[in-house]
Write a protein that binds this ligand. Structure first.
Ligand SMILES: [Zn+2]
Length: 114
């Protein structure tokens, strides 16, 4: 499947998270959606699904409170508010915004598990 950043799945959300060239690309994010929830292009993603999809890009087997707080911050930046679920393009943009900023957990206990 080829999905460019001009696709309807990548609307011009401010800030334009897809302008960041680091992974994940939109295609990689969609692949992760399929791996996590088994659907190619669901209409919506729940917030826990957004967390689970973001997690796959860092190969964590579990996530700590700091990780989930950062996803909530990303949701507020992209969507204005952290919600129960989001339209797919918004959910994907939250994953991308989080990945653009995540630099690992600062807590020593978590570094040993990541
Ligand atoms: Zn942590």
């Amino acid at each position: 499947m080829s999905t460019s950043v001009e696709s309807p799945l990548a609307p011009s959300i401010a800030p334009d998270v897809w302008a960041d060239p680091r992974r994940p690309s939109l295609d990689q994010a969609l692949d992760a959606v399929f791996r996590v929830i088994g659907q190619r292009e669901p209409d919506r993603l729940t917030h826990p699904q957004v967390v689970a999809i973001a997690r796959t890009f860092f190969h964590y087997t579990w996530v700590c409170r700091f990780f989930t707080m950062q996803v909530e911050d990303a949701a507020e930046r992209v969507n204005g508010v952290c919600a129960d679920d989001y339209p797919l393009p918004v959910g994907l943009a939250i994953v991308k915004d989080f990945c653009n900023r995540w630099n690992g957990c600062p807590e020593e206990a978590c570094r040993r598990n990541s």
